[in-house]
Design a protein around this ligand. Structure first.
Ligand SMILES: *Cc1c(COP(=O)(O)O)cnc(C)c1O
Length: 364
């Protein structure tokens, strides 16, 4: 079997053991003689998978008891609308920190929902999103019902390591592209959400974690599928959930636990970053990093440029010949983007770095 070394930005690679488990269990799930896609979402066999996915999320991230974990649909994008729809009723306002393309989209959707009650309190687009704001560049309004950030800038490659100080205002984060890349303190947030297709599982599925007091603030005047309260009350079984996606999520999380949880994953991710940025910095006149401030560099998405377009195209082609796919930069950014999510191993990055060293030698 020829598996690629997968550096796609999303959907992205999944841990092989999680896929192999799915392959093994596909036709006869838990001795039902059916696949998990073909049985009732009210069956005890499915129920077990569903709750295991939720419990593993709680365990791996250390989600405290006063938070609800929801498994939702519609991808990260629907959360951009659902959050303001649920919270910004009765004239409530929210502040958005715009540090990249996805953060900007989240703000745009909030404006559709709440008009001028959605406020952009920091916008890094003037600097092409190539660094994170310094504390004094963020002007949070004391009347904000929440502050929204995107923890990892998937497209441009910046990543928050320390959260902005919101002075007690509930912090909400889109963690679609770096959830579970390291241990975090969930208590720092009122709401965390993540589309699954980067670090957790199949696209479409969203893992959402909301503190109970924030949940209490949510509207009960929305269509049922858009109400967090209903999904939380029904343990994400209000309607038929995406059973197969949740099953894969369970497999990924069970695998994550088996290798030592987020502590071990973080160690791997640090090692990967050290290797790849080490190579980039060593050849700084050839591989030019996009992000201007070292501390702001993402461990998940690493953007850099080569000296010419010709070399960039050659790099992409030769990477492919070396079994590596997904290295082409995002269309608005160009250059090279390596997405090194959790399923990318240290040895995958070692292979990449060795390829990059050879490439400099040949072309530098
Ligand atoms: C990929 C991504 C999204 C978009 O998610 P969809 O599931 O395609 O809606 C949102 N936010 C971030 C940070 C992402 O990386």
């Amino acid at each position: 079997m020829a598996r690629k070394i997968n550096f796609y930005a999303g959907p992205a690679g999944l841990p092989l053991p999680a896929l192999e488990r799915a392959q093994k269990e596909l036709l006869d799930f838990e001795n039902t003689g059916m696949s998990v896609m073909e049985i009732s979402h009210r069956s005890k066999e499915y129920d077990k998978v569903h709750n295991e996915a939720i419990e593993l999320t709680r365990e791996l991230l250390g989600v405290p008891d006063n938070y609800k974990i929801m498994l939702l649909q519609g991808g990260g994008n629907l959360q951009f609308a659902m959050l303001p729809m649920n919270i910004l009723h009765g004239g409530k306002k929210a502040d958005y920190i715009v540090t990249g393309q996805w953060a900007k989209k989240a703000f745009k959707e909030a404006k559709i929902v709440a008009g001028d009650n959605a406020r952009c309190v920091c916008n890094m687009e003037g600097e092409k999103f190539n660094r994170l704001p310094r504390p004094e560049e963020i002007k949070i309004n004391p009347d904000a019902a929440y502050v929204h950030i995107c923890s990892n800038n998937t497209i441009f490659g910046t990543q928050w390591k320390n959260w902005p100080d919101t002075k007690g205002i509930p912090l909400c984060a889109d963690m679609s592209s770096d959830i579970m890349w390291r241990p975090i303190d969930v208590k720092d947030f009122a709401f965390i959400y993540a589309g699954a297709q980067k670090n957790l599982g199949p696209s479409g599925l969203v893992v959402a974690i909301m503190r109970n007091d924030f949940l209490e603030m949510c509207s009960d005047k929305l269509p049922s599928m858009l109400q967090y309260r209903i999904h939380a009350d029904k343990n994400s079984l209000y309607n038929t959930p995406p059973c197969f996606s949740i099953y894969i999520l369970r497999n990924v999380l069970a695998y994550n636990k088996s290798i030592g949880g987020l502590g071990a994953i973080y160690k791997n991710n640090l090692k990967k970053g050290e290797l790849l940025y080490g190579c980039i910095d060593k050849h700084a006149d050839f591989y030019k990093p996009f992000v201007a401030v070292k501390e702001d560099r993402s461990y998940m998405n690493i953007n850099f440029f080569l000296p010419t377009e010709e070399l960039t195209t050659k790099f992409i082609d030769e990477a492919k010949k070396n079994n590596m796919v997904g290295v082409k930069g995002y269309r608005d950014v160009g250059g090279i983007r390596i997405s090194a999510y959790n399923a990318v191993s240290v040895s995958d990055i070692e292979a990449l770095v060795s390829f990059m060293e050879d490439f400099v030698k040949k072309s530098g």
